[in-house]
Design a protein around this ligand. Sequence first.
Ligand code: NAD
Length: 484
Amino acid sequence: MRSRNYDELFIGGRWQAPSTKRRLSVISPHTEESIGETPEASPEDVDRAVTAARKAFDDGPWPRMSVDGRMEKIEKLTAIYTAETDAMADLITAEMGSPKSFSRLGQGTGAVAQMHLNLATAKNFPWVERRPGLFGDVHVRRAPVGVVGAIVPWNVPQFLIMPKLIPALIAGCTVVVKPAPETPLDALWLAEMLDEIDLPDGVVSIIPGGRETGEALVRHPGVDKISFTGSSATGRHIASLCGEQLKRVSLELGGKSAAIILDDADIDHTVNHLKMASLMNNGQACVAQTRILVSERRHDEVVDALAAMMSGLQVGDPADDATDIGPLVAQRQQHRVMGYIEAGVDEGARIVLGGTDKPHDRGWYVQPTLFADATNEMRIAREEIFGPVLTVLKYSDERDAVRIANDSEYGLGGSVWTADVAHGLNIAEQVRTGTFGINMYTLDTTAPFGGFKQSGIGREFGSEGLSEYVELQSTISAGKLPDL
Ligand code: NAD
């Protein structure tokens, strides 16, 4: 991977010198060596980006252009991105350690699919409609929400930028994207692609930085809406700041999803699928099925099957095609995950496989780790670990399984594994999560995605995802409205 260095920020659709000399250095989690640098955007840079976005929204052509005109620009961007999907995915693998196969699926094909799906959704979206009202027809219009601040984490960066940037642009919003400091390189490469499609001045800015940069964006009075993906702790703080200004906010937050294995489940099929559903992206996935719920009757069989699957995982260089588990994003994440493994042991759970020994001398690796004899009160069962660590919990009967699944502050994903799909659907209806899988768990980017409880507010993907970037305006008239 060639090193990438940027000296400028993408502010208001132009490459501009940053206001400070502060730099972000991207360190490979595999080699622990630098693979590139970008400027770090300061609050002053945030102000420049928001001011440009505000002017573009209030006075510029973008929100006033036809939806078709905006979609043409997104179609051009899609073509440019499509030509680079593998290279973009591989860059992200180098930045944050996601296995190449997973990156190519999510950041490559998955990101492009989202662009196409958004374009298809926008074609059939009711931008304006007429409804019979009390005083004649009501003209209902979906207007762009305004200047959008989009804040994303590092774990699947392009896959997370797309469901904010693309629908917001199609709706006619102007957008300031704040990528995470761990993954600024792919974001500025996207800025290069945006530069090629000649958007009007001010429509998009991409300004990498950390907490200070993000918070300046959230607090800026020129921003109409914050769309945030990240931890529940940060989301809670951001929501309170937005509340002070009555700023619109949508939040995609953490999870601690339960996989309920019923007694009639096919264990080989289940464990085979949990390999991805529970351990995707080195366990650094908001939807990871990390609490494995099983009855006494099939407990030992499930633990043995999980241990066999996990001991066969290839842990190593994420750029290698055969790698299942790469390094974690940063040394602090490696320490955090090891801290959870220690907490599991201290609280009395049993390590079946793995532990805190480092699998490699170099790189921020953690061994795939399986806990049994745990309870749902332990920290390993309640908190989001964000690493390759699974916890098996015993339930007494199905009601107890549903109770344990719901006994969580999170409500993002979940799954049930059973020979009876109709019964699985019945279980799905009892679990308080935004998405659910029967004998599988993966994301379907055509369907609304988001969290119940502390896992978020709002939805991404599909028409619901596009609706997050519009305000409804109802117009009534004393005279007959012109035909649509
Ligand atoms: P984080 O909350 O620490 O950071 C997320 C982003 O917010 C980063 O860009 C960060 O720089 C920025 N940020 C931090 N403090 C801020 C503040 N005070 N104001 C504004 N911005 C601020 O999250 P993380 O640990 O980097 O990411 C992992 C988390 O993201 C996990 O909890 C995971 O479950 C969640 N996540 C959720 C989804 C989803 O769709 N629900 C998807 C991916 C990740």
